[in-house]
Design a binder for this molecule. Structure first.
Ligand SMILES: [Zn+2]
Length: 86
């Protein structure tokens, strides 16, 4: 059960994103195939912040403009939770 968080947004195709952590801009290409979507992650190319997405395969990211926070630290991602824990 999710706590205070809905399912990841359904995205398919190519879009541009600004990282909310470091401010860089990058392009995300999300492969999608009807009936084959499953939870995947992609990562900010600069700070490695993890973003969930539904896709049929791992999305690819291309950096467009560098981060704007002037720092070098990486985003402290939470450890991945196993999809099925019983
Ligand atoms: Zn970032």
């Amino acid at each position: 059960m999710n706590i205070g968080e809905g399912p990841p947004p359904y995205v398919r195709g190519t879009f541009q994103q600004t990282c909310g952590f470091c401010g860089c801009v990058f392009r995300v290409e999300v492969p999608g195939q009807i009936g084959h979507e499953e939870p995947k992650n992609y990562y900010c190319p600069e700070c490695h912040k993890r973003f969930p997405v539904k896709a049929s395969d791992s999305p690819t990211t291309t950096l467009i403009s560098k981060r704007t926070d002037g720092l070098k630290k990486q985003y402290p991602n939470e450890p991945e939770v196993a999809p099925r824990l019983r």
